[in-house]
Design a protein around this ligand. Structure first.
Ligand code: 13P
Ligand code: SF4
Length: 302
């Protein structure tokens, strides 16, 4: 089918089914452009919990669609590509977390939103990269475990001097960023500021002009007086940055900053998701109720 026809059909089906299309900033530009809402993990969770639509189509990865289902259980939540997961989310399993909790019953479990519903159900509170600093301040002085992103955890632990153990998980694209890459790009673009997502290692975050969630990075480039940036996060965000700041220049730190799972979704998949109601996300009531508590606490403290 031709692209313009697919877009027309997506719009028609959205209306027919009273559906809303949410897209993460790491999606391809054509998907971000037709989405009703584009944003970071926190914003899209807020939209999912407040929407009046009957159907939520989530152009992103599984944990995001699961989060939408937990927050809006009465809605049909669709993930257009069944296999679109997050390797970091799968680095902490229910079985291992149960074992950890048995050994350390005194530690509060703080869980990055990039995690499965089962792991959220075993956690005391969730955070995203845009609210982690605000939320963690409420727990200063208490014993914590942070799952699964050791890099964001290290950043929080160092900045707020926390008694926090870290799960050894990481995002496979952000974790690979190196100081050599930063030095090379800074040499190539000496006037550019380097901005990075805190899923990168602390040594990279420390040399950045700014570190923040995808939305935080977007706001930074919009508000900054600088007009050239080296981007240390998944390249999908550059589409939105270029739209918001057509006169500024953006250089991706490395072409490896491409999330395989985020890029599995194509316009055709969104069309088939709407047409055939697939792939519907299910979360069992027992898990959903417990995971909701951790997410709800996060929403209230955000
Ligand atoms: P945010 O959009 O919340 O910054 O998260 C980035 C990410 O890795 C999503 O998978
Ligand atoms: Fe997961 Fe990293 Fe992809 Fe985000 S960018 S979905 S953390 S693998």
């Amino acid at each position: 089918m031709e692209k313009s026809l697919i877009i027309k059909e997506i719009k028609r089906l959205k209306e027919e089914k009273n559906a809303v299309l949410l897209a993460h900033f790491y999606q391809e530009g054509d998907i971000q452009d037709i989405a009703d809402f584009t944003g970071d993990s926190l914003y899209l969770s807020q939209v999912a919990s407040e929407t009046n639509a009957d159907v939520i189509v989530f152009a992103g990865v599984r944990f995001m669609a699961e989060t939408a289902k937990i927050l809006s259980p009465e809605k049909t939540v669709l993930l257009p590509v069944k296999e679109a997961g997050c390797p970091m989310a799968d680095m902490v399993t229910k079985a291992r977390l149960i074992k950890y909790k048995e050994k350390h019953p005194d530690r509060i479990v703080v869980c990055y939103v990039n995690s499965t519903a089962e792991v959220k159900a075993l956690s005391d509170i969730c955070v995203t990269s845009s609210n982690a600093e605000k939320i963690i301040k409420h727990y200063q002085g208490q014993k914590m475990l942070y799952v699964p992103d050791k890099n964001l955890g290290t950043y929080l632990r160092e900045k707020y001097d926390l008694d926090m153990e870290l799960w050894p998980g990481f995002c496979c694209i952000h974790n690979d960023l190196s100081l050599d890459q930063v030095a090379m790009m800074k040499k190539k673009y000496p006037k550019a500021q380097f901005i990075v997502h805190p899923e990168a290692k602390l040594e990279i975050v420390k040399v950045a002009d700014f570190a923040g969630s995808t939305k935080g990075l977007l706001n930074y480039v919009i508000e900054s007086d600088c007009d050239e940036f080296i981007i240390g996060t998944e390249y999908g965000i550059i589409h939105t940055m270029e739209k918001a700041c057509p006169n500024k220049k953006f250089h991706i730190l490395t072409n490896d900053l491409a999330c395989y799972d985020m890029k599995l979704t194509r316009l055709e998949d969104i069309y088939y998701a709407l047409k055939d109601n697939k792939f519907e996300i299910e979360v069992t009531k027992n898990i959903r109720v417990k995971a909701f508590k951790a997410l709800d606490k996060m929403m209230k403290l955000s």
